[in-house]
Design a protein around this ligand. Structure first.
Ligand SMILES: [Zn+2]
Length: 151
């Protein structure tokens, strides 16, 4: 079915449903499309896109969203209850893993290749170092930092 906005010769606007656009043409040619206000058969399609329920006719809102650049990093907004969990995870890691400071990337690599004893470690790494580890398939992840811990 297709809905047309129609207008009669004196300007009455109304809407009509038709099987398809050909059906409108046939009915119109046979004086079967009648203005409900004045009864005239002289009716034509108003200059309006027919309202058809297709996907392409729907709104297209999301496309203007900017794509994040390569520098974008993942961020999260969390309510205080989740922030508490994040804090606990961090505390747990900091308690059980060994702090290796700026040697993190090198030490993670040694552990991965079994050149150092297997254990959890944490420390500082540059984004380049993290990218290299990632390329080598060495699983490291950024510790979540809560906003109040930055400074
Ligand atoms: Zn009319």
């Amino acid at each position: 079915m297709i809905k047309y906005s129609l207008i009669c010769k004196v300007g009455h606007e109304f809407e009509g449903w038709f099987q398809n656009s050909a059906a409108f043409d046939v009915q119109s040619a046979n004086d079967m499309v009648v203005c409900p206000s004045c009864g005239t058969h002289e009716v034509q399609k108003a200059l309006m896109a027919p309202a058809v329920a297709t996907r392409s006719n729907r709104s297209e809102p999301v496309q203007n969203r900017p794509t994040p650049g390569p520098d974008a990093t993942t961020h999260a907004y969390v309510p205080p209850s989740i922030a508490e969990i994040v804090r606990k995870i961090r505390a747990e890691i900091e308690k059980k893993a060994e702090y290796v400071g700026p040697d993190f990337a090198e030490e993670a690599r040694r552990i991965h290749y079994a050149e150092s004893p297997e254990r959890g470690i944490y420390g500082e790494a540059t984004s380049d170092e993290v990218a290299e580890l990632d390329e080598e398939g060495i699983p490291v992840f950024a510790l979540p930092v809560l906003p109040e811990e930055r400074n």
